[in-house]
Design a binder for this molecule. Structure first.
Ligand SMILES: Nc1ncnc2c1ncn2[C@@H]1O[C@H](COP(=O)(O)OP(=O)(O)O)[C@@H](O)[C@H]1O
Ligand SMILES: [Mg+2]
Length: 327
């Protein structure tokens, strides 16, 4: 089978007219980790809900190991596991109870359900806290519990909607290891994220999604390589200063674009270009060389950042202060 998961022209229009997903097609190969990367509101959760048979597509169809999510909902549900973005475990119960109940809901008799629950909790590293109330769990433990609940029936295809939302770096890395281990056992994984680093680290292939459409698809390395060159970001006091500088640079032959208060210059070699750029940098608040990454791919395609609200400086390899440059 060529695609473990195939979306064909999925469209979702919510009552009231919001076109949340606007013609999405892709093919996830068996055993792949495939990410939908996009900002809040891009349509990731809506896509996952349609693939998981929780929401009926307005148009189009999708196939899980060849089964239609529209016409064969019950067959599809046996093949998939879903970890929704909104937590579903009951925090007044223990982790064990949550997972065990899930196994019973899948129809396993008590003895087998106990074995399944034990396996899933152990797999997610939760056996030693299994008998604690979920309300005492950390954010990372809670997320791992949600995944344990979605793998009790050993699904062939797993949907993880923002699996590391709000977690600290360490818990996030721990989850990434567990997700890779699941892939190692042949599980096909679709995950959604708005964390560029997560998509870059974890995915075999990424689809960048914006306003309900896929605007780029490929291996992270391929998408980044297509950018061509390095980027210098120049932060100006405001958008008008940025526009002015971008115009000035463009007229002297630079490839420069203003995005808000920032000017982004594309160059072959950033370290060399900086020396030539220096005379133009009077008035700049800050200058940095950006490592080519998926954030840069998104910026290039849309003119916006993935996360407008959070400036993620750790995504940059260098941070060069203008003052040092001028010296
Ligand atoms: N139940 C709903 N009714 C109406 N609009 C919705 C509903 N759920 C989501 N939307 C809208 O659909 C768009 C996509 O949402 P969503 O799929 O949750 O995006 P993402 O998961 O990428 O953040 C957003 O504009 C959102 O406000
Ligand atoms: Mg979402």
């Amino acid at each position: 089978m060529e695609c473990a998961v195939e979306a064909r022209g999925l469209v979702k229009v919510y009552p009231g007219g919001v076109r949340a997903v606007d013609g999405v097609s892709f093919c996830i190969r068996p055993g792949e980790i495939y990410s939908l990367l996009g900002p809040n509101g891009a349509g990731k959760t809506t896509t996952v809900k349609m693939l998981a048979t929780l929401l009926k597509p307005t148009e189009g169809d999708a196939f899980i190991l060849g089964r239609s999510v529209v016409r064969e909902r019950y067959e599809v549900r046996r093949l998939i596991g879903v970890t929704p973005q909104d937590l579903t475990s009951d925090d007044e119960m223990t982790g064990w109870e949550n997972v065990y109940i899930q196994a019973r809901l899948y129809g396993y008799p008590a003895g087998e359900a106990r074995e399944r629950a034990r396996w899933a909790l152990e797999y997610m590293g939760l056996l030693d806290v299994a008998h604690r109330k979920v309300s005492t769990y950390s954010g990372g433990m809670r997320r791992r519990l949600e995944i344990a609940m979605s793998i009790v029936h050993k699904p062939k295809v797993l949907f993880l909607d923002e699996p590391t939302l709000g977690l600290d770096v360490q818990s996030r890395r721990h989850l990434w290891d567990l997700i890779r281990r699941l892939r190692g056992e042949g599980v096909t994984i679709l995950l959604t994220t708005h964390y560029m680093e997560e998509a870059e680290e974890l995915s075999d292939r990424v689809a960048i999604i914006d306003h309900g459409r896929i605007i780029a698809e490929g291996a992270p390395g391929e998408l980044i390589a297509k950018l061509g060159g390095e980027r210098i970001h120049i932060l100006m006091p405001g958008p008008s200063e940025a526009e002015k500088l971008a115009g000035e640079l463009a007229s002297s032959g630079w490839s420069a674009r203003a995005h808000g208060s920032e000017v982004v210059v594309t160059v072959a070699n950033a370290a060399e270009a900086l020396a030539e750029l220096a005379p133009h940098l009077r008035g700049a608040r800050e200058v940095r060389i950006a490592r080519p990454n998926l954030e840069e791919v998104f910026l290039e395609l849309t003119g916006r950042r993935l996360r407008e609200e959070e400036e993620s400086f750790d995504a940059f390899r260098y941070r060069v202060m203008t003052r040092r440059l001028r010296r």
